[in-house]
Design a protein around this ligand. Structure first.
Ligand SMILES: Cc1ncc(COP(=O)(O)O)c(C=O)c1O
Length: 382
């Protein structure tokens, strides 16, 4: 199983979450916590703790009015995309622009109306040692008045890319010049979970909407997303929560509040979570480089998240067909096609990529990569 986006279950982290859950249960306020809806904006003690935690680290000057919780960041993006894009009262069709394709597959079906997304082919830079990196092609990026917002995941699912600081600054500038928000999906990034292995700066100001999540910390089951934005947007998110679910889940917030208060979350990130994923990334990369060394397979430089993105050049079949062949041999990966949302179907690159999740068993990863190499070898162009 090298498909899916599940994070690893890291025993040390799970023990800490279980202790925090137990402390929540034992607390005198547990009846209040379980027995009442939180406000539609989300659990207030958690939001306060997060505001203090973030203001201590970043010069953002946040207040409680800048943060809302959702039932997972998937829901945050559903709200945000449909708030900004789709059919407008004046009949105009507005779109969300993904400036760097391939992008997170989970965005693809979030639009309540058709034709809600636009995206841009990347520049591909070869890096040596069978690696490459996608960059934003700013020459091709057109922002006209159909574009309602720009959105990037950073680190990026599926590629493990981390858009460079300079690229992000250019996007910030473009969004400000065009008076549209820049949505940064920070599900894997800093300050937590910290599955990021480059020196990426994190910015926020009134024109940026930052999405975060507790999932990749190891808590996908508690369904907790975080939106950090201008208070008008937070008001809209709160109202959407009120309409769709009355109030977001408060269990994840309850588990995390003390870890934010006493800053232990930083210790967990630095000493457990990041080293865990970084080591897995290094082993996965070394394994892929060795196994594919005599094949025309290139690996996207893994800078964050927990995915290897393979570009299998010279395949005689599409990556979807390759995926089926792998599935028949019980190796589950995700074919690349679907991550290229709204990209010209004649661009062959999109049919040559696979995404592998390396967060899970290393043994399975090794067996899987060997089978992938065998299948690629069988299906190379003459
Ligand atoms: C880039 C990215 N954004 C958002 C999500 C949604 O995560 P969740 O709804 O669990 O917070 C995922 C899940 O895999 C993701 O990879």
């Amino acid at each position: 199983m090298l498909g899916g986006g599940n994070p690893a279950v890291i025993p040390k982290i799970m023990n800490i979450f279980r202790e925090e859950l137990q402390a929540l249960i034992d607390h005198e306020n547990i009846n209040q916590h379980l027995g009442y809806y939180s406000s539609p904006q989300g659990d207030a003690p958690f939001i306060d703790a997060l505001v203090n935690f973030l203001n201590e680290r970043y010069p953002w000057n946040l207040s409680g009015k800048n943060i809302a919780l959702t039932n997972g960041s998937q829901q945050s993006f559903f709200y945000l995309f449909n708030l900004f894009a789709g059919k407008m009262p004046d009949g105009k069709q507005k779109k969300i622009l993904f400036p760097l394709s391939p992008e997170y597959i989970g965005y693809m079906d979030l639009g309540l109306s058709d034709d809600m997304f636009a995206s841009c082919k990347p520049d591909i830079k070869y890096l040596g040692k069978q690696q490459f990196k996608y960059h934003i092609n700013f020459n091709e990026l057109t922002i006209d008045d159909h574009i309602a917002a720009i959105c990037v995941s950073r680190p990026t699912n599926p590629t493990g890319n981390v858009i460079a600081n300079e690229e992000l600054q250019k996007l910030e500038k473009l969004s400000q010049q065009n008076n549209i928000p820049l949505i940064i999906d920070n599900a894997y990034g800093l300050p937590f979970p910290g599955a990021i292995y480059t020196n990426a700066e994190l910015h926020w100001h009134d024109n940026i909407i930052l999405g975060m999540s507790l999932s990749k910390l190891g808590l996908p089951g508690v369904r907790t997303g975080i939106v950090i934005a201008h208070e008008n947007i937070i008001n809209a998110i709160s109202q959407l929560n009120g309409i769709t679910c009355l109030a977001p889940n408060n269990i994840g917030a309850g588990i995390l509040t003390r870890l934010l208060h006493d800053r232990r979350i930083i210790d967990l990130r630095e000493n457990i979570i990041r080293p865990f994923y970084q080591q897995k990334m290094q082993r996965a990369l070394a394994l892929a480089q060795t196994t594919f060394k005599d094949l025309p397979v290139y690996i996207h430089k893994p800078e964050g998240a927990f995915f290897l993105w393979l570009w299998c050049k010279d395949l005689s079949i599409t990556s979807k067909a390759l995926y089926k062949k792998l599935k028949a041999r019980k190796v589950f990966v995700i074919p690349g096609e679907d991550f290229f949302i709204d990209i010209d179907p004649s661009w062959q690159h999109q049919y040559q990529c696979l995404r592998l999740n390396y967060a899970l068993s290393e043994n399975q990863l090794e067996r899987g990569i060997n089978i992938i190499a065998e299948e690629i070898r069988k299906h190379l162009k003459e």
